[in-house]
Design a protein around this ligand. Sequence first.
Ligand SMILES: [Mg+2]
Length: 334
Amino acid sequence: MDEDDKLAGEDSLIQTYFAPLTSAFSGAYGLKEDCAALTPEPGHDLVLTTDAISEGIHFRPGDAPEDIAWRSVAVNVSDLAAKGARPIGYLLSLAFPELPDRDWLKRFTNGLREAQDQFGIVLMGGDTDRRPGSPLSATVMAVGSVPQGCMIRRGTARPGDLIYVSGTLGDAAIGLRVSASAPVTGLADDDRAFLEKRYLRPQPRVALRDALLAHARAAMDISDGLAKDLGRLCNASQLGAEILSASLPLSDPARRAIELHPELANLPLAGGDDYEILAAIAPGQASAFEAAAQSVSIPVTRIGILRPEPGVRIFDADGKLISLRQSGYDHFGL
Ligand SMILES: [Mg+2]
């Protein structure tokens, strides 16, 4: 294939598979331009984030193209959700070790379509590239919108703020370890399927946006494990935190998996891939925040409190301080 044929092939690939994903956004010009043009809503800031996922690191070589596509968008939308931003659009850069076949592309773009429909976001532009020898990677840059000056930050919590998380923690990390290919036994098929799906299909908490904008003093998403991300929020706010490990919200399947395999018990604290929201709420706002979350059917759980003294202190059910260093959680600033 000479260079012209190859370019013609890539152009037709983009027109066939990716241009239809832009149809709700005229500023993408059907992917026939070099750039997209986006008019911000008056009185709003654009909120930008980017995250790349690559094979072997963020997803497994055998994962379905639909799931890889979903993940590439979802991990970015999760950041927007935590900032109180309404998702608008995204740019997508794909790097392939070799050009994928049509079936793979069709399934991948089906996954993008599912994510778009679910999160209210649209493809605005992108790039495809062939990098022989490199793992498959998908880099998304996502754009959202917040009322001007209202992006929720991670460094604005105050001492005494209550620490809340959305949903349940540890499901995805446990799901990765109990997936069909893993040597973990004894779990009911339904539980295994639930947990693996929580890994394969992260559900960013987009619907929590109004509750966060109205009531959160600081927030971020939990992508690298609660302990690590809470450490980041604390560092940014120049505070410390006290949390009760028994208060961490667990799904029933996660609870049963941990009963069967106690070595999984650290994962709700340190596992990663949760894509839930971590928020600091002023005590006077707590009941209003809980009510607002309930009104959009997103469970939120209070797990602790922010303190002036730096460091994250985690207490077990007996009120004993869990030694972070001994438990292997010594990677955040103490
Ligand atoms: Mg994040």
